[in-house]
Design a protein around this ligand. Structure first.
Ligand SMILES: [Zn+2]
Length: 428
């Protein structure tokens, strides 16, 4: 990224807000190294952050200022995680040290006032507080206050794996999301539709497309000959029912097509790997090892793949995949699902293997949890990531594996430079 005027504005609060006190018990962190890491302006590889809005202050009167999660979340994501108090201190000037409803309501009102006061500057202001220079946003669209060179749109492409309307609600929703509402008349016409959409996305400034397909089926995409895909396409066109087997085969073919065409256009392909945001998500089907056929495919060598969430709990398997020259991993979501120490162990293993392929990511997303929302998750993700990196790199320094200058360089690569290079973003 070019260093625009915002750099000088946000750097100082970012340093100050990422306080040392919460890591004081982790004596193995090198303080000087952590201080250096806190100054690095990050690129967030994956998030679902919201645009600016003009809220009503009465929202701050809700009886449950902490809100409710859609299901029983894991510990660090729960609204009563005391780490959120740190985020309120840093973001909203909160003066209390507890989460009592009356006190929390003060934080919420301060937050709403900031949203109203800052208007379209609010999303960038939040990034500033978290020390984040640019962010890749996976949402249906970008909105007010979300513009380049700080916000980049990553559209979801799953709908294109389903050329025909389905009885499954989620599949029709995926189709609708990419604008599919009719049956295609031929395979050739359908593939042209896909090419045109990729061109439109590229021209709109997107740097990657995303597949969340592990929410629907396992990631074992086979290589399918054109004839076989054509046969299935014609079968359905003649009003014959699509078998489960043929449906998978057609999805495999279209995934391969999309991945290849995206690569030709310089668009990276992000794939959700590892645990999902639902209790009955098929965790085994999201193992990045299932992608090995895709990663090894000679026709896809031009395509850069990013394993979102670094496959956790299959982080070792995701790490092994980094040996493929066109495969990368971010550790988004791991930053709030795991402890700083647990995350640092994964980062150390990856740093000892292919440090050029590791990307910082938050996966910050909105919920009906006004004080544990995308802003707080983003701030906390930034702090956890920097602490986990500092811990892993401190240990590597002490073990004599790396020098101090190399430790800072590796942190810079993970937090910023690897993503800048992968997506072709201008660096500061
Ligand atoms: Zn996500």
């Amino acid at each position: 990224m070019k260093c625009h005027t915002f750099c000088s504005v946000w750097l100082l609060p970012a340093i100050l807000s990422l306080s040392l006190h919460s890591v004081s018990s982790q004596i193995s962190i090198d303080r000087q190294l952590l201080f250096e890491i806190q100054k690095i302006k990050a690129i967030d590889d994956h998030a679902h952050v919201l645009p600016a809005r003009n809220p009503d202050l009465s929202e701050g009167e809700r009886p449950d200022p902490l809100g409710k999660t859609p299901f029983e979340y894991p510990v660090r994501l729960r609204v009563n995680n005391p780490e959120y108090v740190d985020t309120w201190h840093a973001l909203y000037g909160y003066t209390h040290h507890d989460m009592a409803a009356d006190h929390a309501r003060e934080a919420l009102k301060a937050k709403l006032r900031l949203m109203i006061e800052k208007r379209t500057e609010y999303p960038s202001w939040v990034l500033d507080q978290a020390g984040i220079e640019a962010i890749l946003v996976n949402m249906p669209l970008l909105g007010p206050g979300q513009n380049a060179p700080r916000f980049f749109w990553v559209p979801r492409a799953d709908g294109f794996l389903f050329p025909f309307a389905s009885e499954e609600e989620r599949i029709n929703w995926f189709r609708k999301e990419v604008g599919l509402d009719t049956q295609p008349s031929s395979m050739g016409e359908y593939l042209d539709t896909l090419r045109r959409q990729l061109d439109r996305w590229k021209n709109a400034g997107t740097v990657a497309i995303k597949f969340a397909i592990a929410y629907v089926r396992p990631l074992d995409f086979a290589r399918v000959p054109d004839d076989e895909a054509n046969r299935i396409f014609e079968h359905v066109r003649q009003d014959k029912k699509l078998s489960t087997h043929d449906s998978k085969t057609l999805q495999d073919f279209l995934f391969h097509f999309m991945a290849r065409e995206a690569g030709r256009r310089g668009l990276a392909v992000q794939i959700h790997t590892g645990i999902g945001a639902q209790p009955y998500f098929d965790i085994a089907g999201s193992n990045p090892m299932l992608l090995e056929t895709t990663f090894n495919d000679t026709a896809l060598r031009q395509t850069k793949f990013v394993m979102l969430h670094g496959g956790w709990p299959f982080d070792r398997e995701a790490g092994a995949m980094l040996i493929k020259p066109n495969v990368y991993a971010d550790f988004s979501a791991q930053v709030f699902l795991r402890s700083t120490e647990a995350l640092s162990q994964t980062l150390r293993a990856w740093l000892e293997w292919y440090p050029e392929k590791i990307l910082f990511g938050s996966d910050a997303y909105p919920d009906d949890t006004p004080l544990a929302n995308w802003e707080e998750k983003l701030w906390l993700a930034s702090r956890t990531s920097r602490q986990a990196l500092a811990l892993a790199l401190s240990q590597m320094m002490r073990a004599g594996q790396i020098t101090r200058p190399r430790a800072v360089e590796l942190a810079r690569m993970v937090l910023h430079d690897n993503a800048a290079k992968l997506y072709g973003l201008e660096t500061h």
